[in-house]
Write a protein that binds this ligand. Structure first.
Ligand code: HEC
Length: 163
C-alpha cells in the first residue's frame, strides 16, 4: 500500500517541474518565432527591389500634370525636402539617411526605375514600402505628380512626359 501511494506522488509533477516545462516550451516557441522572422527578413532583403511592382491598373494611370519647367522646378523642391535624405541629392540612392536601410533606397536615375511608367512611380510614392514611407497624406496628388516629373529628369536620357 505504501508503495502505491509513493508511486502516485512521484507521478504528480512538482511545481518546479511544471515551471521548467513551461519555460522550455516558451523558449521553443520564441526560438521558432525568431527563426521564422529571420527567414522572412532574409527573404525580404534577398528579394530584388525591382520586384516591387505596381498593379497594372495603377501603372497605366496617365500623368495629368504636364512636365513643364514649372512642374519640374516644383518637383525638385519637393524632392529636396522629402526624398533626398534617402535617395540622395541626384537620386542615386546614396542619401545619408539611406545608408543603414534595408533594402537600400533605389537609384531613381537607373534605367530600371526610368523604364517604369509614370503611373507606377506615382503609385509607389503614394503607397510607399517599408522603409520608404507612404506620401499619400504627406504630399497632395498634384505634388506627387510634380515629383514624378522631376524624377524623369534624373534619367540619362530625356523621355516623353507620358513614356
Ligand atoms: C526613409 C527613406 C526614404 C524616403 C524618405 C523616400 N524613399 Fe523612396 N525608397 C526608399 C527605399 C528603401 C526604397 C526601396 C523600397 C523597396 O524596393 O522595397 C524606395 C523606393 C522608391 C521608388 C521605387 C523605385 C522602383 O521602381 O523600384 C521610388 C519611385 C521612390 N522611392 C521615390 C521616392 C520619392 C519621390 C520620395 C520623396 C517624395 C521618396 N522615395 C522618399 C526609401 C525612401
Amino acid at each position: 500500500m505504501r508503495l502505491a501511494v509513493s508511486n502516485r506522488v512521484s507521478l504528480v509533477p512538482t511545481r518546479g517541474d511544471i515551471m521548467k516545462r513551461n519555460i522550455s516550451a516558451r523558449l521553443a516557441t520564441t526560438g521558432v518565432a525568431a527563426v521564422l522572422s529571420a527567414s522572412v527578413l532574409a527573404g525580404r532583403s534577398s528579394e530584388s527591389a525591382a520586384n516591387w511592382k505596381a498593379p497594372r491598373r495603377e501603372a497605366d494611370k496617365k500623368n495629368p500634370v504636364p512636365a513643364d519647367g514649372q512642374s519640374v522646378a516644383r518637383g525638385k523642391e519637393i524632392y529636396a525636402k522629402n526624398c533626398a535624405d534617402c535617395h540622395g541629392a541626384a537620386g542615386k540612392g546614396d542619401g545619408p539617411k539611406g545608408a543603414d536601410l534595408e533594402p537600400k533606397p533605389r537609384d531613381l536615375s537607373s534605367s530600371q526605375v526610368q523604364a517604369e511608367g509614370e503611373g507606377a512611380l506615382y503609385w509607389k510614392i503614394t503607397t510607399g514600402r517599408r522603409p520608404m514611407p507612404s506620401f499619400a497624406k504627406l504630399l497632395s496628388e498634384k505634388d506627387r505628380w510634380h515629383t514624378v516629373n522631376y524624377i524623369r529628369t534624373l534619367g540619362p536620357a530625356t523621355r516623353p512626359a507620358n513614356n
